[in-house]
Design a protein around this ligand. Structure first.
Ligand code: B4P
Length: 193
C-alpha cells in the first residue's frame, strides 16, 4: 500500500487535485469533508452536529472524524493505498491515523503540503460559493476563521510528519494541470517510478 496525505489550507485545491490523483494512481479517496457533507445531506444526528460547527468555520470533534476514517479504512481492505484529503487536521488525528495504519502494517508514504497565499484562498472560496451552495464558503468572516483555525490547529500536523521526514511542499498556484504535474513528480519520485 502507498498512502498519501494531501495537506493544505482550506481552498488550496486538495479536493480538486485528489480527483485526478486517485485516477492516476488507483487510490481510494478518503475526504473527511465529503464524508461530513454526506452526513449533513442525509440529515443524520452526526450531520446535524457537524453542520453547526462547519457553518462557523470550526473543526468537527476529533473522535467523530477518527471514527469515520477508522470505518472507511476497515471497509476498504485490499486497496492499493489511500489518499487522505482534509485529514488529519489536528495532531491527535495524525497520531490516531498512524496507529490505524500500523494495525494494517502500513504507513504514510508522503505528505504533500500545497502552498497557497491566504488572499488567493479567500478569492477561490468566495468564487466557489457562487455555485457550490456551501454555506461555509459564503461569508468572508467564516472563511477567515477557517484560515485561523488551520494556522492554529492544523499546521502543527505538518511538523508531526516533518519529524519523520515525510513532508514535501508543492507550489499550489497555477493551473490545475500545472499543479497536478508537480504533484505527480513528487509522488513518482517517492514511489521510485
Ligand atoms: P473540506 O471539505 O476539507 O474543504 P476545503 O478545505 O474547503 O477544501 P479544499 O482544499 O479541498 O479545496 P478545493 O479543491 O475544493 O472541509 C470542510 C469543513 O469540514 C472544514 O472547514 C471542517 O469544519 C470540516 N472538516 C473536514 N475534515 C475535518 C477533519 N479532519 N477534522 C475536523 N473537521 C473537519 O478548492 C477550492 C476552490 O478552489 C474550488 O472552487 C476549486 O475549483 C478552486 N481551485 C482549485 N484549484 C485551483 C487552481 N489551481 N486555481 C484556481 N482555483 C482553483
Amino acid at each position: 500500500m502507498f498512502n498519501i496525505i494531501l495537506f493544505g489550507p482550506p481552498g488550496s485545491g486538495k479536493g480538486t487535485q485528489s480527483e485526478k490523483l486517485i485516477e492516476r494512481y488507483g487510490l481510494k479517496h478518503l475526504s473527511t469533508g465529503d464524508l461530513l457533507r454526506a452526513e449533513i445531506a442525509n440529515k443524520t444526528p452526526l450531520g446535524l452536529e457537524a453542520k453547526s460547527l462547519i457553518d462557523k468555520g470550526q473543526l468537527v470533534p476529533d473522535e467523530v472524524v477518527i471514527g469515520m476514517i477508522d470505518s472507511a479504512i476497515e471497509a476498504n481492505a485490499g486497496v492499493n493505498g489511500f489518499l487522505f484529503d482534509g485529514f488529519p487536521r489536528t495532531v491527535a488525528q495524525a497520531e490516531a491515523l498512524d496507529k490505524l495504519l500500523s494495525f494494517k502494517k502500513s504507513v504514510i508514504g508522503v505528505m504533500i503540503a500545497l502552498q497557497v497565499p491566504e488572499e488567493e484562498l479567500i478569492a477561490r472560496m468566495l468564487n466557489r460559493a457562487k455555485t457550490s451552495g456551501r454555506s461555509d464558503d459564503a461569508d468572508e468572516n467564516v472563511l477567515r476563521n477557517r484560515q485561523a483555525v488551520y494556522r492554529r490547529d492544523t499546521l502543527p500536523v505538518a511538523d508531526h510528519y516533518r519529524k519523520a521526514d515525510k513532508v514535501e511542499e508543492v507550489n499550489g498556484l497555477g493551473t490545475v494541470e500545472e499543479i497536478f504535474e508537480r504533484l505527480t513528480q513528487v509522488i513518482d519520485k517517492k514511489k521510485g517510478i
